[in-house]
Ligand binder design. Structure first.
Ligand code: HEM
Length: 410
C-alpha cells in the first residue's frame, strides 16, 4: 500500500487530515501491508478487536526485537554498538513479568490514590496560571506540559530544580524527527546522545538512593532485585527511562487535546459543567480521540493469521492505536467528540494485555483531577491562534494551544 500515514512524521502534524484518512482506510480493511522507503516492510493493523486479539497472544506476537517503528538506518547504527535501552516495552516473557512486578504495586489504583492531594495542588496551580493569564494563554506550554512532568518528579522523588532538564530530555527523546525539539548543534538522527544524557543523570540518582533509601519510586527501582540479585545497570536505566518519559508527553498531549476538543465543542463543555459526573467518561473520550501513543510494533513468532490474513513467522505488525480508536465497528461516528459516548471506555489508547499501560490509572486520575478543578470555573474557551502538533511517528501531540477564555469568580 502506498499510504504514508504511518511512516511520514509530517502527517502527524495535521491530525485532522490524519484521522480522516485513517477512517477512510477502515472501509478498505483492518490489516494493511505497508512498504515505505527507509523502513522494513510491515502490516498496519487498524482494527480495534484485531489489536486486542494480537495483544492477548503475547507469546505469539512479541515486543522484541523492535517494539517501535524504527528506520533501517538507525537499527543498523545501533547494531554497531552504542547504548541500547532495555525497558519494559523491549521485554518479553519471562523477563517482562519479573521486571513489571517490581513497580506494579506502585501504579495500582489504590496506591495511585495517595497522589490525590498533590494532584489537587497541581490543579489549583493550573487554575492560578489561568487566572494570571488574564484571558489568554498557551494551554499546552503553561498547563499541560508542567502538570504531568511535576507528577512524575513527585513519584520519582526528584527535586523541582531538575524540572527543566527532564522536560528537555523527554522532548528530545520523543521529538526525534521534529526539528523544534532538537538542539541546533546535534545531528537530528543522534538519539544516542540523548540516551547518554539520561544514563548519566540516572546513574547518579541510583547511587544516591542505594546509599540513602527513601520511600520514593526511584528507591524502589535503584534497589530492585531480579532473581534475588541487583538489577543490571542497563535495565535499571531502562526503568527510569520508561517511567520518566512514558508518563509525560503522553498525558500532556491528551490534556491539550481535551482542552482543544472543549474549545471546539462548546455544547460538550456546557454539558460537562452541568453534569460533572460525566468527567471520567469525557476523559476516556478525549484519550480515545487523542491516542498520543500512535502505535507499538509486534513480531510474529510463528506462521499465523490475523483477520483471515496469513502472517508469516518474523513479520512485523504495527498496532495503530490512533487508527483503532476510530474503528467505526465500535465507535459510531468516530470523529465526533461525545462526552456521553457509551463506548468511550472501549478505547484502547493504553494498549491491552501484559504490556497494558502501567501508568493508565495515574493518567486517568491526573486528567479527571485537572478537568474536575478547571471546568467549574471555565465559563467559555475558544482557540485563539494556530494550534501546532509535533511531527513524530511514535508519540506525538499538540505542541502549542493558544486559547482565549473567561473564568467565573472563585
Ligand atoms: C494518556 C496517557 C498515556 C497513554 C495514552 C499511554 C499509553 C501507553 C501504551 C499504548 C502503552 C503500551 C501498551 C501495550 O503495549 O499494550 C503504554 C505502556 C506503558 N506506559 Fe503508558 N500511557 C500514558 C500514560 C502513562 C503514565 C502516566 C505512565 C507512568 C508514569 C506510563 C507508563 C507506562 C509504562 C511503564 C509502560 C510500559 C508497560 C509495559 O510494557 O509493561 N504511561 N502506555
Amino acid at each position: 500500500m502506498t499510504t504514508d500515514l504511518f511512516t511520514n512524521p509530517k502527517r502527524f502534524g495535521d491530525m485532522a487530515s490524519w484521522r480522516e484518512e485513517a477512517l477512510a482506510l477502515h472501509a478498505k480493511g483492518v490489516v494493511h501491508p505497508i512498504e515505505a522507503e527507509g523502513f522494513g516492510p510491515f502490516r498496519a493493523v487498524i482494527g480495534r478487536d484485531e489489536i486486542l486479539e494480537i495483544e492477548a497472544q503475547h507469546e505469539l506476537f512479541t515486543n522484541g526485537p523492535e517494539p517501535i517503528l524504527t528506520r533501517d538506518a538507525y537499527i543498523a547504527l545501533r547494531a554497531q554498538g552504542g547504548p541500547r535501552a532495555k525497558t519494559l516495552i523491549h521485554m518479553d516473557e519471562p523477563d517482562h513479568r519479573q521486571y513489571r512486578m517490581l513497580t506494579n504495586d506502585w501504579f495500582k489504583p489504590g496506591s495511585v490514590q495517595r497522589l490525590q492531594p498533590r494532584l489537587d495542588e497541581l490543579s489549583r496551580k493550573a487554575l492560578a496560571t489561568l487566572e494570571r493569564g488574564g484571558g489568554e494563554i498557551d494551554f499546552n506550554t503553561e498547563v499541560a506540559l508542567p502538570f504531568p512532568l511535576e507528577t512524575i518528579l513527585t513519584i520519582l522523588g526528584l527535586p523541582v530544580e531538575d524540572y527543566p532538564r527532564m522536560l528537555q530530555l523527554t522532548q528530545e527523546m520523543f521529538g526525534a524527527g521534529d526539528p523544534d525539539f532538537i538542539p541546533k548543534d546535534r545531528d537530528p538522527e543522534d538519539v544516542l546522545a540523548v540516551l547518554r544524557d539520561f544514563f548519566q543523570y540516572f546513574a547518579k540518582l541510583s547511587a544516591d538512593r542505594r546509599a540513602n533509601p527513601t520511600d520514593d519510586l526511584a528507591t524502589c527501582i535503584a534497589n530492585g532485585l531480579i532473581d534475588g540479585a541487583p538489577m543490571p545497570d542497563l535495565e535499571t536505566m531502562g526503568y527510569y527511562l520508561i517511567v520518566a518519559t512514558a508518563g509525560h508527553d503522553t498525558t500532556s498531549a491528551a490534556m491539550s487535546e481535551g482542552m482543544r476538543l472543549l474549545a471546539e465543542n462548546p455544547d460538550q463543555l456546557a454539558l460537562l459543567k452541568r453534569k460533572p459526573e460525566l468527567i471520567p467518561n469525557a476523559v476516556e473520550e478525549l484519550v480515545r480521540i487523542s491516542s498520543p501513543v500512535r502505535h507499538f510494533m509486534r513480531t510474529a513468532q510463528e506462521d499465523t493469521e490475523v483477520a483471515g490474513e496469513p502472517i508469516a513467522k518474523g513479520e512485523w505488525l504495527m498496532l495503530s492505536y490512533a487508527a483503532a480508536n476510530l474503528d467505526p465497528r465500535t465507535f459510531e461516528d468516530p470523529l465526533r467528540f461525545d462526552v456521553t459516548r457509551e463506548a468511550a471506555d472501549q478505547q484502547i489508547a493504553y494498549g491491552y494485555g501484559v504490556h497494558f499501560c502501567l501508568g493508565a490509572h495515574l493518567a486517568r486520575l491526573e486528567m479527571t483531577t485537572l478537568f474536575g478543578h478547571l471546568l467549574p470555573r471555565l465559563e467559555s474557551v475558544e482557540i485563539a491562534g494556530e494550534v501546532t502538533t509535533s511531527t513524530a511517528i511514535f508519540v506525538s501531540g499538540i505542541k502549542s494551544l493558544p486559547i482565549r477564555y473567561t473564568l467565573t469568580a472563585a
